[in-house]
Design a binder for this molecule. Structure first.
Ligand SMILES: [Zn+2]
Length: 170
């Protein structure tokens, strides 16, 4: 990458720093990052951006522009957002042996500190069910809704980093 391209990239992200597995400071547990979750979606999505969003969340980045701008970029990419939600659901499903009601049922989810958007719960419910209509539900989401579910996906795994399975039961 040329110096000019590098400069443009930084302007687009809006921050003078990056977040990666190598720079993250707060991590207590190691989960597979979004970029490394094997999926048929992997080739099209901007997976470095997904990792950046995750590690900025883990580190509670103090730059007020950093996380919102990365979130905007993720939400603009439907494939990337979908991969991020699949990644979070995959990790949660492995941890609990399936997705608990606190993720798939909006009323139950509202009682947790996590408090995901109803859109996230709908996707989690579809992920959870055999013969899932995940694709069909996801296709109805607009950019603002994708932004919410992307935000929820990284917040969920960030919560697991600190609280493990207790995150949904505090
Ligand atoms: Zn940052």
């Amino acid at each position: 990458m040329s110096l000019l391209e590098d400069a443009v990239e930084k302007v687009v992200i809006g921050a003078d720093h990056v977040h990666t597995a190598a720079t993250v400071r707060r991590r207590q547990r190691t989960f597979v990052p979004p970029s490394e979750l094997h999926s048929h979606l992997a080739t099209k999505a901007d997976t470095a951006l997904l990792d950046q969003l995750f590690y900025a969340t883990v580190d509670e980045c103090p730059d007020p522009n950093c996380r919102p701008l990365v979130l905007d970029r993720v939400a603009a990419d439907a494939t990337a957002t979908r991969k991020l939600v699949n990644w979070a659901c995959h990790i949660a499903s492995e941890m609990y042996g399936g997705l608990p009601a606190e993720l798939v049922d909006g009323d139950e989810a509202a009682t947790t500190v996590f408090r995901p958007s109803p859109f996230f719960c709908r996707l989690a419910a579809e992920y959870h069910n055999p013969g899932s209509a995940f694709d069909a539900v996801y296709a109805t989401f607009d950019t603002a809704q994708r932004r919410q579910v992307a935000d929820n996906a990284v917040a969920l795994v960030d919560g697991f980093q600190v609280w493990w399975t207790d995150f949904l039961y505090q």
